[in-house]
Write a protein that binds this ligand. Structure first.
Ligand SMILES: Cc1cc2nc3c(=O)[nH]c(=O)nc-3n(C[C@H](O)[C@H](O)[C@H](O)COP(=O)(O)OP(=O)(O)OC[C@H]3O[C@@H](n4cnc5c(N)ncnc54)[C@H](O)[C@@H]3O)c2cc1C
Length: 512
């Protein structure tokens, strides 16, 4: 008991000394933005996952790259402080938090850049690392009739946050992830240097920061490739009873030439029952149509598969031309006869589709609950085994949210970026997006995710975690595999004291 009291007195002494030290440093900083004391109930201690919470020392709302540079340099002047950029806090496992360190709210810089330019004859836009993709979309379409080529499903994510991971959606089979669609970055490194980088200028920093989990620098500006925005989208879902048929069609579609395939290809698994969240009702796009299970073959198992597809078109296109193009593309697919659903929506409405789901989830209270999500990349060579064990057995009763699965092509990803991928050319993104508060406890859901990852490791699957979360260095080394040495070198070059992104738990802060 006495020993315990001693520790409390010691800790609070240390804390107040630490506060003194830091406020002295800050007084000399001359920031243009603002600073708040760290608060355990504030945004810097929270994320979408809701599984972790740590208290930062300060929350900083910078006005731009210069402020961020000053904060990083101030942290470097202490023996222990770390700095975490916080995008929109949509991480699952505390990746944007800094225990006792500085959290930088990048959203305060969201408006800093928005310049259209032409590079080698193609349109690009310079946007802030703290901008939300939904704002980039709205502004690009309304002002210029242009739009980025590669998206995420949900757009209330920041440019810097998704570029630090990869940024994947149904366009990635064609254009690669968002990390393959930027040509230049401005980055504040772990030394506090403000550096512009690209494929030809400081390429190690450019490729390091892309998919770099925030380890090498804070992205303050990104130059994003644009293309003409369509007006409308034909949004289609087709259902499969057999996994082999689903994957055959999905892989065929992502391997076709641009004008011979859909503009968007995704897929998901759902339960073969009438459960409103996990089953048949989760599939229909048109609320006036019901899913008719009478179409399913007798052989259908506990789960079914849905390909989600889209075709872009313009208001000036003749309806018959659009219908013909869609019929031609859909006609070659082997889905269950009669199990097709489609609607026409505006291009913006399509890209903002998860925003509507967010509004519904907020209204019924599930948005703010913990979200023990699991995202993986699984090689084509192991996806049948994954389906047999994980989808058909471990999660066959659903997870209270979407279970995404769709193929991507490794050749559309740049191997110079920091993202870790499976070996095969075709690999699947698998996302278990657990929402419902009902059913097993959060701890049980987290344990189920761990079981899945453990099983993948034990069976030697060719897989990687996407939005990875590991605690032990050996796990990180295994995750990065033969890229580990490159990662360490980049860390030593750009953040030698391991100040940045401590919430990823890859490197420990040093004083060297
Ligand atoms: C509802 C929902 C839907 C999603 N859909 C998709 C999807 O379709 N596709 C997909 O790929 N991902 C998706 N994600 C995951 C998303 O890409 C990650 O959550 C990602 O972290 C972006 O979120 P954020 O901008 O809030 O970043 P944060 O969660 O705030 O930060 C993520 C990491 O990046 C670092 N970071 C943040 N900003 C910067 C910066 N400017 N420079 C350097 N490092 C930075 C942070 O320190 C942290 O380590 C989804 C997440 C949610 C919650």
């Amino acid at each position: 008991m006495i020993a315990c009291l001693g520790r409390i007195v010691h800790d609070s002494d240390a804390e107040s000394k630490l506060d003194d030290d830091v406020s002295t440093i800050f007084n000399s900083l001359n920031l243009q933005g603002s600073i708040e004391n760290g608060d355990v109930s504030g945004i810097a201690s929270k994320d979408f996952g809701g599984l972790y919470s740590v208290k930062p020392l300060y929350l900083i709302r910078p006005s731009g790259a210069e402020d961020i540079s000053r904060v990083v340099k101030a942290a470097a002047g202490t023996p222990h402080l770390t700095v975490a950029a916080r995008g929109n806090g949509h991480s699952i496992n505390g990746q944007a938090m800094a225990d006792g360190g500085y959290v930088i709210d990048m959203r305060s810089t969201g408006e800093n850049h928005f310049n259209l330019l032409t590079v080698n004859g193609s349109p690009c836009i310079d946007v802030s690392g703290g901008a939300l993709w939904e704002d980039v979309l709205r502004r690009c379409v309304s002002r210029f009739g242009l739009a980025p080529r590669s998206w995420t499903d949900y757009l209330s994510l920041t440019v810097g946050g998704t570029l630090s991971n990869a940024g994947v959606s149904g366009q990635a089979f064609r254009y690669g992830p968002q990390t393959s669609n930027v040509t230049e970055l401005e980055v504040v490194t772990g030394k506090g240097d403000i550096t512009v980088c690209s494929e030809t200028q400081n390429p190690e920093l450019f490729f390091g920061a892309l998919g770099g989990l925030g380890q090498f620098g804070i992205i303050t500006r990104a130059r994003v490739k644009l293309q003409p925005a369509p007006d409308m989208v034909r949004w289609i879902r087709v259902v499969y009873a057999e996994f082999e048929e689903f994957t055959r069609d999905a892989e065929f579609l992502v391997s076709q030439k641009e004008d011979e395939s859909f503009d968007y290809v995704e897929g998901f698994v759902f339960c073969n029952n009438d459960d409103p969240v996990n089953g048949w009702p989760s599939v229909q796009l048109n609320p006036d149509q019901e899913f008719n299970p009478a179409h399913l073959p007798q052989t259908a198992g506990p789960v079914l598969y849905c390909l989600e597809l889209a075709v872009h078109y313009r208001n000036s296109d003749q309806p018959s031309t659009v219908d013909m193009a869609v019929s031609r593309l859909v006609g070659g697919l082997g889905f269950v006869d009669g199990l097709i659903s489609q609607v026409d929506v505006s291009y913006m409405g399509f890209l903002l589709r998860v925003k509507r789901a967010e509004q519904d989830a907020k209204a019924n209270g599930v948005w703010d609950n913990p979200h023990p999500w699991l995202n993986l990349f699984v090689s084509k060579s192991d996806i049948v085994e994954f389906d047999r064990t994980v989808f058909k057995k471990m999660v066959k009763n659903g997870i209270g949210g979407p279970m995404l699965i769709y193929p991507l092509l490794r050749s559309k990803w740049d191997s110079r970026t920091s993202v870790a991928l499976p070996e095969g050319e075709i690999f699947y993104i698998v996302a278990l997006l657990r929402f419902a508060p009902k059913g097993p406890s959060v701890e049980k859901k987290v344990a189920e995710n761990r079981e899945i990852v453990k099983w993948c490791i034990k069976e030697g699957l060719d897989f990687k975690l996407y939005l990875p979360h590991y605690r032990a260095k050996e796990d990180w080394k295994r995750h990065f595999g033969n890229q580990w040495t490159r990662l360490e070198k980049r860390k030593a070059n750009f953040d030698p004291m391991s100040i940045l992104a401590p919430g990823q738990r890859i490197f420990k802060r040093t004083n060297q």
